[in-house]
Design a binder for this molecule. Sequence first.
Ligand code: K7E
Ligand code: CUA
Length: 628
Amino acid sequence: MQDKNNKPANQLENAGRREFMGKTALLGAGAVAAPMSAAMFASMAKAQAAEASNSPVVHPGELDEYYGFWSGGHSGEVRIMGLPSMRELMRIPVFNIDSATGWGITNESKAVKGESAHLMAGDAHHPHMSMQDGRYDGKYLFINDKANTRVARIRCDVMKTDKMITIPNAQAIHGLRVQKVPYTKYVICNGEFEVPLNNNGKETLEDVSTYRSLFNVIDAEKMEVAFQVMVDGNLDNTDADYDGKYFASTCYNSEMGMNLSEMITAERDHVVIFNLARCEAAVKAGKFKTYNGNKIPVLDGRKGSDLTRYIPVPKSPHGLNTSPSGKYFVANGKLSPTVSIISIEKLDDLFDDKIKPRDAIVGEPELGLGPLHTAFDNKGYAYTTLFLDSQIAKWNVEEAIQAYQGKKVNYLRQKLDVHYQPGHNHTSQGETRDADGKWLVSLCKFSKDRFLPVGPLRPENDQLIDISGDEMKLVHDGPTFAEPHDCIIVHRSKLKPKKLWTRDDPLFADTVAMAEKDGVRLMMDNKVIRDGNKVRVYMTSVAPNYGMSEFKVKLGDEVTVVVTNLDQVEDVTHGFCMTNHGVQMEIGPQATASVTFIADKPGVQWYYCNWFCHALHMEMRGRMLVEA
Ligand code: K7E
Ligand code: CUA
C-alpha cells in the first residue's frame, strides 16, 4: 500500500477525508438551520467522505464494489478479483488442468473441453463480458487461448467454463472482444499467426504469399464460428464500436515477415476495419470459400474488398480500444510513441469511398515510448500504458484531436510511474457505456524490487490507481503469478452468481442422463452398476458422509464414480479423491460430478473428501476393494 513516489494509501485517504470534512463543515454551517448533534454530523460526514475519497481500503468483513476478471496468461485460467481491495476471490480453470476442482479430470469438464480435452496447457489473454446496449449484462465471459487457437465461454451465474471451441483455419487466437451493440450476438477474435489457408502440409509450405491471418466471428450463444474474414497482413488486437456496425483490428506484420527484422521494416502497418452488415450479406449471398474440409464460410477481406478498409498507422500497433463515448477507435503504436485516433463517425464515408483511409485519423498524439493499451474514464481522458517508459500517460482525447488540427494545446495531463513495464491497463467499466472514472489497473509485467525476492522467477505486479481526482494516484501493489494479460472491472450490481447449484444445470446434464439410463435416482440411491468391465459407482454425499463407505471392483475395471452432493448449505463443497489414482474433484452443493479411472492397483484403496466440509471431514472416507 505504499510507493516510493506516492504517499501511503492511508495517508492519501486521511488527507482526502480531512479535506472533505472541512468543506462539509463549512457547507453544513450555512445550509442546515436546525442544530445537528456533533456525533450525528461526524458519522454522516465520515460515510460520505469514505465514498468521495474513493478509498481503496476495504475493511475485514466488508465487500468490494467491483468484480475484476483477470486472465491468467499461460496459467490458462481466469481469476476473479475484488476491487478496490485487490483480493483474489476465486480462480476459474479454463484451458489448464486444475487439481482442486478436477477441471480437465472430471467427465463433465472433459465434455466442455471437447476435442481439446487432451490438452494440458493454454495461454489465456483477453477476458471480456457479454453486453446489452454497450453495458455488461453479467451473463458470459469469453476468453481466448492463444496457445491452442481456442475460445472459451464462462457462465457467470456459476463462474464455470461451459463451452470451448478450437477455431479451424486460423492459428493462435489473440485479440478478443464482444459485439457491444445491440447485444453480444458475436464474439470477435483475431488469428494472429499467418498460415496457408489449406494448412495440410501437402500444398506449399514455403510460399509466404499463400499465408493468411483470419478475423473470426463467433456466434456467442451457439459458440460456433459464424464466419471468418481473410486479411492482408496479420492481426493482433481488436474491439467493436457502439453502433453494431464496425469492428477494428490492429496489424503489426503488414510486411508478412517471417522473422523479427522482416516484421518491423515498414514505418506504417495498419488497422483493418470490418463492416459487419456487408460481411453478413456476403455470407448470405454465398460469396465465400471453405478450407481444410470444414464448412466455415471464409470471406475475402483483403485490400480492395468492400468488406474491409485498411487505415495505415505507425508502427507495429498493438492494443485497439474503443472510447466509451463510442466516437473513437484508438490504436496504440508500440514501436511508435504515438497512438492513432480513428473517428468512427467517418467510417461510413470511408466505406463509401468518399474519404481516403488516412482521413479517418483525427488525432495522433505523442505520449511516450511503447504505447500498448489505452483505457478511458467518463470525463474525456484516456490512460495509455507506456511499456518502455514504465509509465501511464493520462491525456485528453478532444485536446489531442485539436492538437492534430494544429491548435496549441497540451493534451498530456500526467505521467505516472508504474512498476514496471505495463502491458494492459483497464479502468472501472471502461470498455462500456458505464465507464465511471474511479479505478485504473495497470498490469505490470515485471516487479523487480517491489516485493520480497522469491528466486529468479518473480511475480508480476498488478497496480491499482485511483483516477477519481485530477491526478492519478498509485494506491496498491498486487503481486500475481504468471501472467495476467488483461482484465475487466465490473460493478458488483451487474452480477448475480448462484449460491447453490440447481439440479437441472446443463453442466452435469449428461451425467444425470447416464444415471437415468442406469435406473439410478441420483438424489437418493447409492448403487454400483456393472456393465462388462465398466463399473459405475453412484453415491451421495452429506457432510460428513459419503452414501457409500465401500464398493468392490475387479483389477483392471474402468471405474466411473458419480457423486451427488445433497447438502443444501451454502459453501459446503465436498471433494472426491481416490488415493494413488491421480483423481480428485469438487462437488458443489446440489451438484453432481463424475470421474473415470482404471482400477489398476489391487487391494484396499481408500477414497476421501478433500474439500474441508465438517469437523469430521477427516472421517469422510471409504474403501474401494479391488479384487486381483
Ligand atoms: Cu500481451 Cu492483450 Cu495478448 Cu497486449 S496482449 S500486452
Ligand atoms: Cu466432505 Cu470434506
